[in-house]
Design a protein around this ligand. Sequence first.
Ligand code: BGC
Length: 440
Amino acid sequence: MPQATFRFPRGFLWGTATSSHQVEGGNSGNQWWLWEEGGHTLHRSGRACEWWNGRWKEDFDRAAEAGQNAHRFSIEWSRVQPKPDRWDEDAIEHYRQMARGLYDRGMTPLVTLHHFTDPIWLTEQGGWEQEGVVARFEAYVRRVVEALKDYVTLWCTINEPNVYALSGYVSGAFPPGKHDLKLAMQVMANMIRAHAAAYRAIHQIQREARVGYALHYRPMVARRAWSPLDRLMRALRYQGVNMAFPSAISEGVMRSPVAKVRLPEAKGTQDYLGINYYSQDTVWFNLRKPGELFTDSGFPKDADLSDTGFIANIPEGLFATLKWAAHTYPDLPILITENGVEDADDHMRPRYLAQHVHQVWRAINFNWPVKGYFYWTLVDNFEWERGWSQRFGLWALDPETQKRTRRPSADLYAEICRENGLSSEMVARYCPEVMEKLFP
Ligand code: BGC
């Protein structure tokens, strides 16, 4: 057997990513809580992972002991600003303690300011459909950055604006559950405006800040490469899903299949590119999907699928993603702000992890500036409309007893983090089935 190690550059960030609503519990002030009460989700978030009750400490200990040197977490706007005219200083202090908790453990915090949830009062004012949200978001961001700036320099304004807009306004799986492509693009445009305002506000407060957002990027291939229709559908869907935010940031114009909006204030407003990559889609023409511009998507028949079929293990898609990123924004640092898989009994996760880390290493060897990798996620959490049916954690969680159980992948990831690399010996122990692929 060949012995080799894929080594990463010194200072590479290895962490996990989480979000407030998915781990805190008791977030009754946001629109997701109401959505869950309305029966739109498989289960309810309930106590989640009890981070609001202090369990973030034990989970940060787990991450630190497992060799992670960074962590991405998010701030819950509805806790910081429970009413339009009220700021909750205790909540702000709670987040300051979390940032400090990472700092004290020698871990770099990456703080997300918006991860799918909105205060109920904001929703009542029209949420992200109204341009008024821009000034409100900026005010909230200023408050948080002022409070956390001693410990945090790495900021992510908005997580997956494309998923927020498309799930809330096209598929309807997220609140407000609408089906209106035009409105989705209006929401997207307001998110871009808010991102640009936040970018400037953060830099005003903290000169050394590095500010970006997290793009959910889906590489796509046409189902039948020879079919002009499938190819056209692929192009349409690709543009609609992936390109609105990047085009606004590159050119100051948001380009989508249904709208072109000039947003000059957005041009150049990122110091790094945050990428969330999970899988790659196969796309085709479907007459029964007019609401999605007649495009449909799925995975190849022989795909290596996760527990519920939500994710196909396609590591080459991550390489394609990084290639796109490096070519679109030469010289801009890239952070993989999320990558992971749902796998309750951990039969697939070790190979998913090893194969994706391998693709990151390949990308770095082309001199593409990938600076960090955040696995989604640390401990099983509340997975939105899919409730507790999907288990993404390195640690398993029993939400009833709150007991955490380490999965083998936690050990594999710990070895990767400590070694700052992935060795053939690790692959032989944790996922020998992909040995030949990774070390031919
Ligand atoms: C989101 C996370 C989510 C993960 C897995 C990403 O789109 O940012 O909040 O839990 O996917 O479903």
